[in-house]
Design a protein around this ligand. Structure first.
Ligand code: ADP
Ligand code: MG
Length: 240
């Protein structure tokens, strides 16, 4: 589904991604782990072109999206993104947050968009919150709404950038539960997280990023049980 070849990103003199070659298959739950500053967020942001890569290519569903002239909106529509800090629109109700893009971008009518939103809200147990504003929700509820908002665009892949890092500990579980459900339904997911249990239980593959490269990747059992790279070992010793 996604293939990156020698993907590079510089910010001025700072080389953040130093050549990432990897691929992500349909139905896969790829979990990216690694130290702060290693380029995990930048990698995700390059995948959906929130950042423009400095070099290399990204093939998404057969199209080179790093070439000029492709449809950026169309591309972003196919990649749902969930951020650490939810990024909900504070002045809009939950329902409006969810229906806005499907109406504007996918061209759904208000009724269609609402019906779809309600179905998704029911799935995450938040139907009764449809008319409230983000400010009245807990962090865990906000993040579940943010996931619903991304899903409402019917993406082919979901990108998660530390979706539970800003949550109080007691709210982490409810968000991970929604993500587990998505994975079980076969959603293709790329997840940056420090939740090692999630990585181990739900991940089909773990990628360890370090200083702008993928230093090691493999099945969770191998990465956690028998890491080959000393840097992976060192990192895991710190976080486990
Ligand atoms: P991670 O998500 O692994 O913590 P990031 O991708 O956020 O790492 O950041 C990697 C490096 O790139 C950091 O040194 C960070 O300061 C730098 N960086 C990220 N975004 C920008 C930006 N927009 N401008 C300049 N430097 C940036
Ligand atoms: Mg980050």
């Amino acid at each position: 589904m996604i293939q990156t070849m020698d993907l590079k990103k510089d910010f001025g003199k700072l080389q953040v991604l130093k050549g990432i070659t990897s691929s992500f298959n349909q139905g896969e739950v790829a979990v990216i782990i690694g130290p702060s500053g290693s380029g995990k967020s930048t990698f995700l942001r390059c995948l959906n072109l929130l950042e423009e890569p400095t070099g290399g290519t990204i093939i998404f569903e057969g199209t080179d999206i790093t070439k000029d002239g492709h449809n950026l909106d169309k591309h972003r529509q196919k990649m749902g993104m969930v951020f650490q800090l939810f990024n909900l629109f504070p002045h809009m109700t939950v329902l409006k947050n969810i229906t806005l893009a499907p109406m504007k971008v996918r061209g759904l009518s208000g009724e269609e968009a609402e019906a779809a939103a309600i179905t998704l809200l029911r799935r995450v147990g938040l139907e009764e919150k449809k008319d409230t504003y983000p400010g009245q929700l807990s962090g865990g509820q906000k993040q579940r709404i943010a996931i619903v908002r991304a899903l409402a665009m019917q993406p082919d892949v979901m990108l998660f950038d530390e979706p539970t890092s800003a949550l109080d500990p007691e709210m982490v579980g409810e968000v991970l539960e929604v993500m587990r459900g998505l994975a079980a339904e076969g959603m293709t997911m790329i997840v940056v997280t420090h939740e090692m249990r999630f990585a181990r239980d739900v991940g089909t593959r773990v990628l360890f990023m370090d200083e702008g490269i993928i230093a090691e990747e493999g099945p969770p059992a191998q990465i956690f049980g028998a890491p080959k790279n000393p840097r992976t070992r060192e990192f895991l010793q710190k976080v486990l």
